[in-house]
Design a protein around this ligand. Structure first.
Ligand SMILES: [Cu+2]
Length: 183
């Protein structure tokens, strides 16, 4: 921590005659804290100064797993990358790590939430199996695997919702019965 403070002071002293030499994030797409209602195809980070080509970024989902980003490109003060597959709805973090024009390494995080309409039907067949409704009628083995698969998806929310509803109903039933017994 001390090192960073000294480095920052050194940077400010060395480049005080050029106010913009000390790099920081100027703008980004998506912006910090934003909620997207459309699929994200590209991420763009714009910095205050030119950045080193070794600069990079990663994207992680709410479980901390990294999401594929392809073709990260650094051009002057702009760093961009394309999102490989369409993302599931949920919250994400863009973790950027750059070296500015003054050689000062910096990093930061941009949070965003994706709430796009999920294309489930009439989509070209993808490698990802889309069997979210059928397993109810079939055997338990299939249900187990599909539950695992769905854990990462936003549809797990509805399962949690059903479980919560069942627990609430059960609790109410128990409460009602004990109450009745006491009378
Ligand atoms: Cu600096």
């Amino acid at each position: 921590m001390k090192k960073i403070v000294w480095l920052t002071i050194a940077c400010v002293l060395l480049f005080s005659n050029q106010a913009l030499a000390h790099t920081g994030l100027e703008s980004s797409n998506p912006t910090q804290g934003s909620t997207l209602t459309e699929q994200l195809s590209e991420i763009t980070l714009t910095f205050l100064t030119k950045i080193e080509e070794t600069s990079s970024f990663t994207v992680t989902n709410s479980s901390g797993e990294s999401v594929e980003v392809s073709g990260i490109l650094v051009e002057e003060n702009v760093m961009s990358g394309s999102m490989g597959d369409s993302l599931d709805n949920g919250s994400y973090k863009i973790n950027w790590k750059i070296i500015g024009a003054d050689g000062h390494p910096m990093e930061g995080v941009i949070d965003f939430v994706l709430e796009a309409p999920q294309e489930v039907e009439d989509v070209e067949p993808t490698s990802e199996p889309i069997e979210e409704v059928e397993p109810i009628a079939s055997n338990t083995e299939e249900i187990e695997t599909s539950v695992e698969e769905e854990e990462e998806k936003s549809s797990s929310n509805s399962i949690i919702g059903i479980i919560i509803a069942l627990v609430v109903i059960l609790a109410l039933a128990v409460w009602w019965m004990t109450r009745r017994n006491k009378k």
